[in-house]
Design a protein around this ligand. Structure first.
Ligand code: NAI
Length: 258
């Protein structure tokens, strides 16, 4: 029998990754996947207890992982976070801007404060992350930024959640803008657009007509799993994606193909 092709299971060995929103859902799955592929990981989140546990579990398995308390809407916090990667692991190669908050209100119900908060976390957080990590990523020589947008960054969704849509749409185009700016400096920038993924963010919809609607609207007929998004982030983060920059990858069970 022909030998199976050799698979490099540690595509990210020697790389250092910083993942925001790492204490839950897609961020958690991403930390675990990048770590499984050999990366050293700074797991950053505002939720300390679950974040610490995730990093401790990875260390117990022999991985290099630390937790950093980090609010993506705060520029000072970003400086500390990038600094942590440099002092702990000696550099930074991969930045995953994943932290996000949802909103389900209509435009009439959305207050200016609600709007500002969603934009601060989901949009300004991505800007601050790319700006703060830029120097370290350029020094990497194979820097990769993966920004988590959404299917709602490229469609009107259910006609609700205006701040979320505005922020995710901004992340999509900001990704392309930064990709062009750094195209000759060894830093690739891509966006990932999850469809409906079974994470705590969708908790409120569990068992309701909204969950049924999300499944019905998804051509493959189910919600996605966080691990299915993490696998795509890992691909874009590493050298298998060395000629991909400024692109948008939909991980949505066919939602936007309709
Ligand atoms: P989640 O709610 O399970 O996890 C989000 C994490 O972000 C939490 O650990 C939370 O503590 C953290 N976070 C919130 N505000 C923060 C801040 N200011 N600074 C640092 N961390 C903060 O949600 P999920 O589903 O894993 O979402 C991850 C990303 O994927 C978000 O950007 C979300 O918008 C996006 N997304 C999720 C979809 C889904 O169906 N679950 C669909 C499309 C996009």
């Amino acid at each position: 029998m022909e030998a199976a092709p050799k698979r490099d299971t540690e595509r990210l060995r020697g790389r250092v990754a910083l993942v925001t929103g790492a204490a839950s859902g897609i961020g958690r799955a991403t930390v675990e996947r990048l770590s499984a592929e050999g990366a050293s990981v700074v797991a950053a989140d505002i939720q300390d207890a679950p974040g610490e546990t995730i990093a401790a579990n990875l260390r117990e398995q022999g991985a290099r992982a630390v937790f950093q308390h980090h609010d993506v809407a705060d520029e000072t916090s970003w400086r500390s976070c990038v600094e942590r990667a440099l002092t702990e692991f000696g550099g930074l190669d991969i930045l995953v801007n994943n932290a996000g908050i949802g909103d389900i209100a209509t435009i009439e119900e959305t207050t200016a404060d609600d709007w500002e908060r969603t934009i601060a976390v989901d949009q300004t957080g991505v800007f601050l992350g790319m700006k703060t990590a830029a120097e370290a990523l350029k020094q990497s020589g194979h820097g990769s930024i993966v920004n988590i947008s959404s299917i709602f960054g490229a469609s009107g969704g259910f006609g609700t959640s205006p701040a979320y849509h505005a922020a995710k749409g901004a992340v999509r185009i900001l990704t392309k803008n930064a990709a062009l700016h750094w195209a000759r400096e060894g830093v690739r920038v891509n966006s990932v657009h999850p469809g409906f993924i079974d994470t705590p963010m969708l908790q409120a919809a569990k068992g309701t007509e909204y969950e049924t609607a999300m499944i019905d609207l998804t051509p493959v007929g189910r919600l996605g799993r966080p691990e299915e998004v993490a696998a795509c982030v890992a691909f874009l983060a590493g050298d298998d994606a060395s000629f991909i920059t400024g692109s948008e990858l939909y991980v949505d069970g066919g939602y936007l193909a309709r």
